[in-house]
Design a protein around this ligand. Structure first.
Ligand SMILES: C[S@@+](CC[C@H](N)C(=O)[O-])C[C@H]1O[C@@H](n2cnc3c(N)ncnc32)[C@H](O)[C@@H]1O
Length: 508
């Protein structure tokens, strides 16, 4: 069927898109909009653009179709190390300065926001540079926020798989160190993914779900789609998240427009934040969203990827500052759990468990500061075991438990551990551990619960500690012989508790 968008229909969409996203579509984009929205009309079996417009206004109470419509209109062109000089600036100026300042007692903390990150090439390029600069440093707390309005590209970014043709801009040594070969492409390895937090953030939303201040905000090649007024507003809002001397990096054809009182240009579309009164009280964190952020739609997130068989590589980058660590180890009560158990709490608790081929999934709602852990043996099954011995039930039980305590499913983030190759005579790639890992990754992907840390696979057992109030996790490798029998021989019902020393811990 032929669909044509009339001038008045285009005007309606133009206004709706501007209101919802800030994106301005000139009349010359009419054909483009027509072709991009065509699929939505087909999928919904609608016979005109007016019918689709009415559907969006009248039959889309939760805004799911609005998100799909927005996904259709965004332009997502990006590449690894695009505008290379910006990455040189991070490496040669920002990171060096931070390390120098830390030597003089400055905070060992780095926060970067890749705003409008598209399919993830930009934040992963940042992460590669971060890794190279900080790998030999200890005790740093580093996070990169990767956000976009488009849930499809965000799901792609979160997956971290790139076809060979998209990998061209990556230096060979980065490829070897940070990617794993897959059929038709490569996947970003967990030690880089672990540095990133993914969020759907629409610049046009009144509140952003961000509680932190950044050392750098990179917002490149997104403002070109906005008019001057929207650009100016956005630059002013960014300034609320940037303390004095932090940096803003824009795309090659973007400029400050009117916000020149807030930033000083350093050249090559790099700006330094100026004019924040150092004597003024510390900046209040801007308000968080009253309603939880929208997550990637199920359709976007459910495109299955195979579970990574490679174990996560330990990195020092996630180490947290000493005072918080002391607080956790000294004061927080411990709650050990074994296979088939689920525990969640809004009180500070350190949930611990020992894993071999089993999985511990830790879920955390940062806004409500509620978290919990489960420990399951196999993806699916039945028999005389507790239902929570099986992943499918254990995941739902944990989610329900957290929701019962006041958490929100849509805000949950996951850390997943275990799935080790500890069972004799099982081939890697097809072991119980692999099946468990694959299951938990797929479950979380379908549920649109982002995995922010993982340690899956490997040949050893793990001791895991998870702090329910902060969402932090610690993992320590342990010898196979110290594991409960259940972990190395899943058909054996009896459990033997085992203790492990707490040295050599890696923080996640
Ligand atoms: C051309 S890409 C730029 C990607 C990357 N920053 C780069 O320079 O390579 C522009 C991105 O801006 C995002 N975008 C457009 N409007 C947005 C909005 N209102 N809020 C957040 N992101 C938006 C789009 O979804 C798209 O992925």
């Amino acid at each position: 069927m032929e669909y044509t968008i009339s001038q008045s229909e285009f005007k309606n969409f133009h206004e709706l898109i501007y209101r919802e996203t800030g994106i301005t579509l000139r009349e010359s984009k009419r054909q483009l909009l027509q072709s991009r929205l065509r699929k939505r009309l087909v999928d919904l079996d609608l016979d005109s653009y007016q019918a689709y417009y009415d559907y969006l206004l009248e039959s889309d109470p939760h805004g799911d179709e609005l998100i799909r419509m927005i996904n259709c209109v965004t332009t997502n062109k990006t590449s690894f190390f695009r505008e290379y000089h910006h990455f040189e600036f991070l490496r040669d100026v920002v990171f060096k300065q931070k390390i120098e300042q830390a030597k003089n007692g400055g905070p060992r903390k780095l926060r970067i926001w890749s705003a409008a990150c598209s399919m993830g090439e930009e934040p992963y390029s940042i992460a590669m540079n971060v890794h190279n600069a900080f790998a030999d440093q200890s005790g740093w707390d580093i996070r990169i926020l990767a956000s976009d309005i488009d849930t499809e590209v965000l799901a792609h970014a979160q997956r971290g798989f790139y076809e060979t043709s998209r990998l061209a801009g990556i230096p060979k040594e980065h490829l070897q160190r940070h990617f794993t070969k897959k059929p038709d492409g490569m996947e970003v390895r967990p030690h880089l993914k672990d540095l990133l937090t993914f969020r759907r953030i629409n610049f046009a939303d009144e509140n952003w779900p961000i509680k932190t201040q950044f050392d750098v905000i990179m917002c490149r090649n997104a403002m070109i789609y906005f008019d001057h007024e929207t650009q100016d507003k956005l630059l002013r809002r960014f300034s609320e998240y940037l303390p004095n001397d932090s940096h803003l990096i824009l795309g090659h054809s973007e400029s400050l427009v009117r916000a020149k009182d807030l930033y000083k240009p350093l050249g090559k579309t790099i700006f330094v934040r100026t004019g924040v009164q150092s004597s003024s009280p510390p900046q209040q964190a801007p308000p968080t969203l009253a309603k939880p952020v929208s997550k990637p739609t199920a359709s976007a997130a459910s495109k299955k990827t195979s579970a990574s068989k490679a174990p996560a590589v330990h990195t020092k980058l996630r180490a947290t500052p000493a005072p918080a660590k002391q607080k956790e180890t000294v004061k927080v009560p411990k709650k050990p759990i074994i296979v088939g158990e689920v525990f969640a709490s809004r009180e500070p608790t350190c949930v611990t468990t020992l894993l071999g081929s089993c999985i511990a999934a830790c879920l955390y709602d940062e806004d409500a500061q509620i978290g919990g852990m489960n420990h399951f043996l196999l993806p699916n099954g039945s028999g005389d075991r507790d239902a929570a011995s099986y992943g499918i039930h254990a995941m739902e039980l944990l989610i329900n438990e957290i929701m019962g305590l006041g958490g929100d499913r849509r805000r949950l983030q996951a850390k997943v551990f275990g799935g080790g190759h500890v069972i004799e005579n099982m081939k890697k790639g097809n072991s119980v551990g692999d099946k468990n890992s694959e299951f938990v990754k797929h479950f979380l992907e379908v549920e649109s619960i982002p995995i922010v840390s993982e340690y899956l696979g490997g040949d050893s057992g793990l001791q895991v500690q998870f702090f329910t109030d902060s969402g932090r996790a610690r993992v320590k490798k342990i010898e196979k012989r110290k594991l409960p029998r259940e972990e190395v021989k899943p058909s054996t019902p009896k459990l033997e508790p085992a203790a492990a020393a707490d040295d050599g811990i890696t923080l996640f």
